[in-house]
Write a protein that binds this ligand. Structure first.
Ligand code: BGC
Length: 550
């Protein structure tokens, strides 16, 4: 039905296609494991917990930023791209992390935030001084309009205008996020070269790839034209909460510029010098996300994968929604490659967001592992952690502080991992955690679930293992994705292997027909059901049926 089939390819003995269908475990380092008692997770903490990560059977880890930073946006504001912030450790700790991960056969992807820096970055510190210095054009500067106001109507995702005044230059600078995150000027080739040097630095240090932050924000319109208003009926809250006026604009000039692809082409050419490396680009756009995904992942001209926002939505994805997303993907990104996630460090944890009961949480875990594309799971997702309740006094996220209480920010999904129930910090730290450990999380700790055979943690392991042991599920094409009422129905196919998948995404039992052919039930360990004596599938609430064609 769709898409080019992916064949495994090796270059110099390296599987350069390892990322296709891979399962990537996202680590938010501040909250994973503290090794020195300062209440903040660190790189050596990750090293110590590598056995847990390996036990999940994931292919790779993506570590959110650990670079030198004033931490105004918790590391997404970088002041030195080529060093580790002391709170996270040192470069040699990072080397130890890579070595340990590789020892377990796990790839390491790091999070490059190239679109903007911290205002403490030396590039910005120079740039802001006057209009003639050697970095004067490294950021997006603009004269005010005649009446002194900013050059256009662009808004910051984190609230307020996207422009802040710099008295020393008597000019405004652009920031799509916080005022302390000035946007780099990608129209300047020196900026691009400097960022590619940063990328090379980490490739030479042995990383296997990158998660690229906000890749559709790299370029701003050269003429700085105002964005048009977005009609109310076209708004959705996929990227920013509904109370955020950022949703009122169609961001055709402040982001999504065609030049993005040119830079991604240069980036890809650099990756090709290091066979087996890959990148997943985050594309944040509420209207054109999949279309951009198609452009940015087509052929070898951009990144290998794009991180899609479709299932980070507030609304629970129904069978019809999955069918719609895959139909759209086939239409606008047939040659592209998506990377799916239900949870991450920016959104409310999905068991809370979608109000999932345990059976539903299992069903969605099995389902994401059966989708075409690659998959990111977020630390704690394997434990079924719910969104933590963080009191206003404990809030750290500037985004939440700005929009409280209508939007509580991102701290509720960033509270520390829970490793053991016996101590009130869940084994995360011996000190005071930077965000409180949720008391409700303690009974869902790794140690608790290890000893309980029916726990979700084991289900995630089984679902990941199922994905890895069936090439059609991991890398195959799909023969269309269909919704029949609450049943999501699709087949996956690769090199002669064909697998049928059906998911009852509801609390009600349902009868569903198997497609014609000779099928053998597989995935009993995931609760997959065999057809009844009448030849039909009788799916219990949230049950799946997985079958291999003979
Ligand atoms: C990251 C956020 C960050 C923003 C600005 C993203 O999309 O995931 O955590 O605040 O980019 O860098």
């Amino acid at each position: 039905m769709n898409q080019i089939l992916s064949k495994s390819a090796t270059v110099a003995g390296v599987d350069i296609d390892w990322w296709r269908g891979a399962v990537i475990y996202q680590i938010y380092p501040r909250s994973f494991q503290d090794s020195n008692g300062n209440g903040i997770g660190d790189l050596l903490g990750i090293v110590g917990r590598m056995p847990h990560i390996a036990s999940l059977g994931v292919d790779a880890i993506w570590i959110s930023p650990f670079f030198t930073s004033p931490m105004k946006d918790f590391g997404y504001d970088v002041s030195n791209y080529c060093d580790v912030d002391p709170m996270f450790g040192t470069l040699s700790d990072f080397d130890a992390l890579v070595e340990t991960a590789h020892g377990y056969g796990i790839k390491v992807m790091i999070d490059l935030v190239l679109s903007h820096t911290s205002d403490q970055h030396p590039w910005y510190q120079t740039s802001k001084q006057d209009r003639d210095n050697d970095k004067a054009d490294w950021y997006v500067w603009s004269d005010p309009k005649e009446d002194g106001t900013p050059p256009n109507n662009w808004l910051s995702i984190f609230g307020g205008p996207a422009w802040t005044w710099e008295p020393a230059r008597e000019q405004y600078y652009l920031h799509n996020f916080l005022g302390s995150q000035p946007d780099l000027n990608f129209h300047n080739m020196d900026v691009q070269d400097a960022l590619l040097d940063v990328t090379r630095f980490w490739l030479e240090r042995g990383v296997d790839g990158f998660r690229l932050d906000t890749i559709n924000f790299y370029f701003a319109d050269k003429e700085l034209r105002s964005n048009p208003a977005l009609p109310k009926e076209k708004r959705n809250a996929n990227i920013a909460p509904s109370v955020n006026p950022y949703n009122h604009q169609e961001h055709i000039y402040s982001k999504n510029q065609p030049e993005n692809l040119e830079f991604l082409g240069r980036f890809r050419a650099l990756l090709e010098e290091f066979p087996g490396t890959a990148a997943v680009g985050e594309v944040g756009d509420a209207q054109r996300g999949l279309e951009l995904l198609g452009q940015y992942t087509k052929g070898n001209e951009g990144v290998q994968m794009c991180y899609a926002f479709e299932f980070l939505s507030k609304e629970t994805p129904t069978a019809a929604r999955f069918a719609e997303v895959f139909a759209d993907l086939d239409r606008v990104a047939a040659e592209g490659w998506a990377c799916w996630a239900f949870s991450n460090h920016d959104v409310m944890r999905h068991v809370t967001r979608w109000d999932l009961n345990p059976a539903a949480a299992r069903a969605y875990a099995t389902l994401i592992m059966c989708l075409r594309g690659s998959v990111c799971i977020y630390q704690g997702e394997e434990l079924g952690l719910a969104e933590a309740d963080v009191a206003f006094e404990d809030l750290q996220d500037p985004y939440g502080i700005e929009f409280w209480p209508e939007f509580k920010g991102r701290d509720g999904c960033r509270t520390p991992m829970v490793w053991e129930p016996s101590n009130r910090n869940g084994g995360f730290t011996t000190g005071d955690p930077w965000l409180p450990v949720s008391p409700e999380h303690l009974h869902r700790s790794v140690a608790d679930q290890e000893s309980e055979p029916g726990a979700l943690l084991h289900h995630y392991r089984r679902a990941i293992s199922f994905r890895h042991s069936h090439k059609a599920i991991r890398r195959g094409s799909h023969g269309g994705v269909f919704a029949y009422g609450n049943v999501l129905h699709f087949t996956r196919e690769h090199e002669g292997q064909e697998i049928f998948c059906a998911f009852n995404l509801s609390d009600m039992p349902v009868t569903h027909a198997l497609p014609a052919g000779d099928w053998v039930t597989i995935g009993a360990e995931l609760g997959s059901t065999a057809p009844g004596p009448d030849g039909n599938l009788h799916l219990g609430p949230w049950q799946c049926a997985l079958a291999l064609k003979q």
